[in-house]
Design a protein around this ligand. Structure first.
Ligand code: CAA
Ligand code: NAD
Length: 283
């Protein structure tokens, strides 16, 4: 099937990046958020990044304008009624996601594919909330979306081969590299990454070293581009906690217990870069 028009639900850091890469690849994109302020911020971020790319001679002024012409914003999910694909990137919470998918299932045309950018939640359960489970799939982009090459494609137990193939083809069309993954908690990426971040938080919690020193060890010692605590702040500490909870519940293994310090920060509203404070201050 050909995918020409896409709606992205959620204009946060992931949704805005996903909308940008689709529009840059020539697709017609509608970006949706229930909050007008978040929508405006998401679109302003896309404009800023494209302008920066023009300034660095990475794209032309015409390319920037054409990309922006292909992009529209809305707070009305009903505008998805003529889209071939939706990629959902709202908060990492099963209740919120299943509500969104039930609604989309009613709105979207019969042929449309419903994809989730969830970091860890079971695609199989999201698919079961719809009347088209064979057309539901995980399309997991990495942050920052315009830069990172990987898309993990997660097959729910119900996902059809046609749906998988359409999403793999689209991933290649937008110049990303697909990896096929079965539906288990955290998939591959966050099953491996998030316990490392959680362990880094335990290291600070137990007073072994400061956040700066933990990050320095991993940057200079392991050549990671960002230390784990900088990365946790970048991802969002709320998202990190939700993912650890999904791993803990999904595998029933105490090795995935979220660090109490992570819980405390999230309870304080210290969510990392997006809230101005996490392991570091961004004010
Ligand atoms: N959004 C968009 N583009 C960004 C960006 C952002 N937030 N931050 C940096 N960039 C772009 C810059 O514009 C620049 O682009 P050009 O080369 O085209 O000019 C490029 O990235 C490099 O930027 P910098 O030189 O300023 O910075 P850097 O070399 O330190 O790289 C980084 C920045 C790419 C973010 C690098 O630090 C990095 O790779 N960090 C680790 C990222 C990572 O691990 N991501 C995965 C997170 S886990 C996840 O996403 C899954 C999940 O479910 C939680
Ligand atoms: P975010 O908090 O930056 O953005 C979420 C956006 O969704 C907000 O603007 C919010 O207003 C909007 N929203 C919430 N409920 C909505 C609804 N019912 N309808 C429309 N919009 C709604 O979050 P994010 O970091 O962009 O994460 C979004 C999703 O992507 C999560 O599932 C997360 O696990 C996943 N993800 C995050 C990262 C990361 O590094 N942050 C990486 C990969 C995947």
């Amino acid at each position: 099937m050909s995918i020409n028009k896409v709606m992205v639900i959620g204009a946060g850091q992931m949704g805005a990046g996903i909308a940008q890469v689709f529009a840059q690849a020539g697709l017609s994109v509608i970006i949706n958020d229930l909050d007008q302020g978040a929508l405006d911020k998401g679109i302003a971020g896309i404009k800023k990044r494209l302008e920066r790319a023009v300034g660095k001679d990475k794209i032309s002024e015409t390319e920037k304008n054409e990309t922006l012409d292909r992009l529209a914003g809305t707070t009305d999910m009903n505008d998805a009624s003529d889209c071939d694909l939706v990629v959902e990137a709202v908060v990492e919470n099963m209740d919120v996601k299943t509500k969104v998918f039930k609604r989309l299932d009613e709105i979207m045309p019969e042929h449309a594919i419903l994809a989730s950018n969830t970091s860890s939640l079971p695609i199989t359960e999201i698919a079961a909330a719809t009347n088209r489970p064979s057309q539901v799939i995980g399309m997991h982009f990495m942050n920052p979306v315009p830069v990172m090459k990987l898309v993990e494609i997660i097959r729910a137990i119900q996902t059809s081969d046609d749906t998988y193939q359409a999403i793999e083809d689209l991933t290649k069309k937008i110049n990303k590299s697909p990896v096929e993954v079965e539906d288990f908690p955290g998939f591959v990426s966050n099953r491996i990454l998030m316990p490392m971040i959680n362990e880094a938080i335990y290291t600070v919690h137990e007073g072994v070293a400061s956040p700066e020193d933990v990050d320095t060890v991993m940057k200079l010692g392991m050549n990671h581009p960002m230390g784990p605590l900088t990365l946790a702040d970048f991802i969002g500490l709320d998202t990190c906690l939700y993912i650890m909870e999904v791993l803990h519940e999904g595998f029933g293994d105490s090795k995935y217990r979220p660090c109490p310090l992570l819980r405390k920060y999230v309870k304080a509203g210290w969510l990392g870069k997006k809230s101005g404070r996490g392991f570091y201050s961004y004010e």
